[in-house]
Design a protein around this ligand. Sequence first.
Ligand SMILES: C[S@@+](CC[C@H](N)C(=O)[O-])C[C@H]1O[C@@H](n2cnc3c(N)ncnc32)[C@H](O)[C@@H]1O
Length: 242
Amino acid sequence: MKDDMIAPTKGERQGWTYDEFAQTGLDFADPAAVAAYDRRQGDRDAANAHLLEELGVTGGQVVVDLGTGTGSLAIAAARLGANVHAVDVSRPMLERARRKAAAAHVDGIEFHHAGFLTYRHRPGRADFIFSQFALHHLPDFWKQAALTRVASMLRSGGIFYLRDVVFSFEPKDQRQAVEAWIGAVAREDGSGWSRRDFEAHVREEYSTYAWIIEGMLTRAGFRIENIEQSLAAYATFLAIRP
Ligand SMILES: C[S@@+](CC[C@H](N)C(=O)[O-])C[C@H]1O[C@@H](n2cnc3c(N)ncnc32)[C@H](O)[C@@H]1O
């Protein structure tokens, strides 16, 4: 496994450039938050393996996982023989992912300390880019910049799979819809995310409406193949670079 440190070069940063390495909301630079992450998020290994199979990821393909966290999807892709690039702005998360991959005797992952706005994919272009529950860390102006960069990293016909907390209720229903969502998913016994965590997510992170993400993907040049929504608070976008 190779480790590649990619930081924005001086010439690329302006006074107004967003610092994606500063944590927003839940602090994934905190080792305790990282250690608890898999327990609270739940075991998604089987779901990730199924997803990769369904999308046709096979050996030799180039897969990028943006905001890899503890690396579950990256490890599942590497198990299929893909050449995987696992990208995250949090060093403790990357360290956790690296240790999980080593414990699973999985090779074929390059870890990158970088993010949506700073990762430079090279050489060539990726066949697949995945991002699960990470894009909401960026404000909308920077989400658009991120999605435009994602499109430029994919080969023609390449697939972008995006899953995140994305709202699909009517704006006038905001109050009831957010309450209904938190009421349905919050756990107070330590087995998942608590009401306080979800409240902080809505208050401090940058989850937005599905119609905004849809418009951004289209602006970035993607053709949207499929959108799935649940609880009016989660959405999955399957997008193709034409
Ligand atoms: C909620 S976790 C999701 C992790 C993993 N994708 C999953 O589904 O379990 C969000 C991850 O995104 C990372 N992150 C935050 N801002 C980011 C950015 N600008 N670029 C890339 N990753 C980012 C965090 O460090 C964290 O590891």
